[in-house]
Design a protein. Structure first.
Length: 246
């Protein structure tokens, strides 16, 4: 096990989690938890580690990982994915592929960083109130979603959630998500993840249309986001992550 790839989101109390996200909150894992993980992997034979995490502008997770990496018994390369959900997932998969081929620490980290630069995420949320309350989007942008029944489309850019477009209906928002994926992908090989929270029917409907418009589609996933993302977007969220292999 020469190079081990690690990823973690922010933590929540699984013991008391009931499935109701209304009053849920999130917090970063403590550096001590990363330190324990790094030590355990080193004891199991890992010679080096690549530790990849969600955007440092949205969570303190990556900073906790960096603090722990300073005291790790083997070299640890901590990478900020500058994204969330499958925007984080694709760099992790790229790093894991490189590690499985026997890549060095530098090669595995390089694979993740190249994927970060070639991955884009867009999403629609029925309400931006949770993002505003959690400090993940500015108050001015969140007001757009309540004014005149506007449905905002968002994207992750430079590690932050930002307003991309304003449309009138949820149907139009979902149609624009499809258009944005096509524009981001172009004719080249591409992997796409359709992500949702309690909106599987809409997600699967969107996924069914994508192969007809993406000639270079290599792999298509439909996944439901976890509780950590769900706390900040709420039910009804629909997102697309486009990753160009290479």
């Amino acid at each position: 096990m020469p190079v081990q790839v690690i990823s973690a989101g922010v933590s929540y109390d699984e013991g008391s989690f009931t499935g109701d996200l209304t009053g849920a909150t999130t917090s970063r894992p403590a550096p001590a938890r990363f330190a324990a993980c790094y030590s355990a992997l080193a004891a199991d034979g890992a010679a080096a580690m690549v530790s990849i995490h969600l955007s440092g502008d949205l969570s303190g997770t990556v900073e906790a990982a960096r603090l722990a990496a300073q005291e790790a018994p083997v070299p640890v390369e901590v990478i900020d994915s500058r994204s969330i959900a499958m925007g984080l997932g694709y760099p992790v998969l790229a790093a894991a592929r490189a590690a499985s081929l026997g890549g060095t620490l530098e090669e595995v980290a390089g694979a993740a960083l190249r994927c970060v630069s070639r991955t884009r995420s867009f999403f629609y949320a029925d309400s931006l109130d949770r993002l505003r309350r959690g400090g993940r989007i500015g108050a001015a942008a969140s007001l757009v979603g309540s004014a005149l029944a506007i449905k905002p489309l968002l994207h992750v850019v430079d590690g932050r959630v930002s307003l991309l477009e304003k449309v009138r209906t949820s149907a139009r928002a979902i149609s624009r998500l499809e258009d944005l994926a096509v524009q981001a992908a172009g004719p080249q090989p591409v992997e796409v993840a359709v992500q949702h929270l309690e909106a599987r029917e809409r997600a699967e409907s969107l996924a069914e249309r994508l192969p007809k418009r993406l000639p270079g589609l290599v792999e298509l996933r439909v996944v439901e986001v976890g509780a950590v993302i769900g706390v900040h977007v709420g039910p009804g969220m629909l997102g697309l992550t486009v990753s160009l292999p290479g």
